[in-house]
Design a binder for this molecule. Structure first.
Ligand code: FAD
Length: 378
């Protein structure tokens, strides 16, 4: 059980946004100090727990605030963006926690829901670990024990409840399992010598010998659409926060140095604002389409795929413009832009971007009716 000074509370969703503001402000102050190999935002995670944000995604009526079930998931989108703007590493960890609790809510049986939601309320940090190597990935053996590893697992050595995908020998469709972990065990961070997101503790975890504490849903439910691909809106919301942070560091630099009157600098800032605000619109609409569940799965997935790429493009554009505007200063340690740029560039790398683009394009090509109506509920 995590060592918490006092029991975290739950809170209604609008308060979650206010809490995220506070947690993000503190996280932003600590983020540079956490930016090292094997770094981890432990104090920020404790803040999330104390502010009630670890419990907030638990459904209302089951001890939580139902964060994410409000219309258009607007509060969850704001919380993810805010936390990401304070610290992208913390945002990545919180997004994994939210994802895990949403999967428990969608696929968990009554007993598992009760137990796992109680653990979230008690301050356990959850994660979702799906990525694994081509050989040596996670298998659930006939004796009910796991064998193998997960890779690129954020919060490795810190997450104490991990939702993992694992296959039975000879089967393709993965199961969703929850494992209990002791802090500081089974994690190998030696390969996470990353350019950015160093504080996310994204490592390899060897789960061999563990017996899962819960099984959620049936085979391949993890990949069920639109929630599998559609869930990408959440990491896009965190990335949006990271883009905002870079934009603000750049804007602050121009104001501080008195270089903002220059027409070239102004033009770049304007172009960056277009990219940033475009990304914001995409994320809000994607969150709403997933939350409303009013459109066929393939339409929702196509829009979220476009959102992923629009946000990625906005991030790359803002990074390029900011680095051009600030110049060499922005590459020196100690300048606000330096770490923020590394974190964002790293966190923009998400799975299969080419497939997301061509998949969305194919869905658009196959759809009937005008483009303008593709994402309008009838
Ligand atoms: C900070 C961070 C934290 C993470 N935490 C977690 C976590 O907690 N849990 C987890 O499960 N995962 C995690 N991941 C891993 C993440 O889910 C992805 O696996 C990872 O980001 C993939 O990035 P990639 O650039 O290697 O993608 P890839 O999908 O390998 O894409 C790289 C390039 O190859 C192309 N490509 C992809 N597939 C093919 C193909 N078959 N043939 C040809 N080209 C192809 C892509 O379009 C792209 O151009 C994390 C990643 C990051 C950056």
């Amino acid at each position: 059980m995590p060592d918490l000074a006092f029991r975290p509370k739950s809170l209604p969703a609008p308060d979650a946004v206010a809490a995220a503001h506070r947690v993000a402000a503190l996280a932003a102050r600590r983020a540079d100090a956490q930016d090292c190999d094997d770094g981890f935002p432990a104090e920020d995670v404790a803040d999330l727990a104390r502010a009630g944000l670890l419990a907030a995604p638990v459904p209302a009526g089951e001890g939580g605030a139902g964060l994410g079930t409000e219309p258009g998931a607007a509060d969850l989108a704001a919380v993810l963006r805010l936390v990401g703007s304070g610290s992208l590493a913390l945002g990545r960890l919180y997004e994994g926690h939210v994802n895990a609790l949403q999967l428990v809510a969608r696929y968990g049986g009554p007993g598992d829901r009760r137990a796992l939601f109680a653990e979230a309320r008690a301050g356990h940090l959850f994660g979702v670990w799906n990525t694994e190597p081509a050989a040596g990935g996670l298998v659930l053996a006939g004796d009910g024990r796991l064998a193998g590893v997960k890779t690129f697992a954020s919060g490795a050595g810190h997450v104490t409840r991990a939702l993992v995908t694992a296959r039975r020998p000879g089967e393709e469709a993965p199961l969703m399992l929850v494992v209990a972990l002791e802090p500081g065990t089974r994690a190998d961070l030696s390969a996470w010598r990353a350019q950015g997101m160093r504080a996310s503790a994204t490592g390899t975890v060897d789960l061999t010998g563990l017996a899962p504490m819960a099984r959620l849903g049936g085979p391949d439910d993890y990949h069920r659409q639109p929630h599998f691909s559609g869930g990408a809106w959440r990491f896009a919301a965190v990335q949006l926060g990271g883009i905002e942070a870079v934009f603000e560091a750049w804007r602050g630099h121009l104001a501080r140095t008195g270089r903002g009157d220059d027409p070239h600098q102004l033009a770049r800032l304007g172009e960056g604002a277009i990219a940033l605000e475009g990304a914001r619109l995409f994320v809000a609409r994607a969150a709403g389409l997933v939350a409303d569940e009013a459109l066929p799965a393939e339409r929702v997935v196509a829009f979220v795929d476009l959102t992923r790429l629009a946000v990625e493009r906005a991030g790359l554009e803002v990074l390029g413009l900011a680095q051009r505007s600030v110049g060499l200063q922005g590459f020196l340690r100690g300048h606000p832009l330096e770490r923020l740029s590394r974190d964002l560039a790293t966190y923009l790398r998400q799975p299969a971007p080419d497939r997301a683009l061509t998949g969305a394009a194919a869905a658009i090509l196959a759809a009937e009716g005008p483009m303008a109506a593709l994402w309008e509920a009838r």
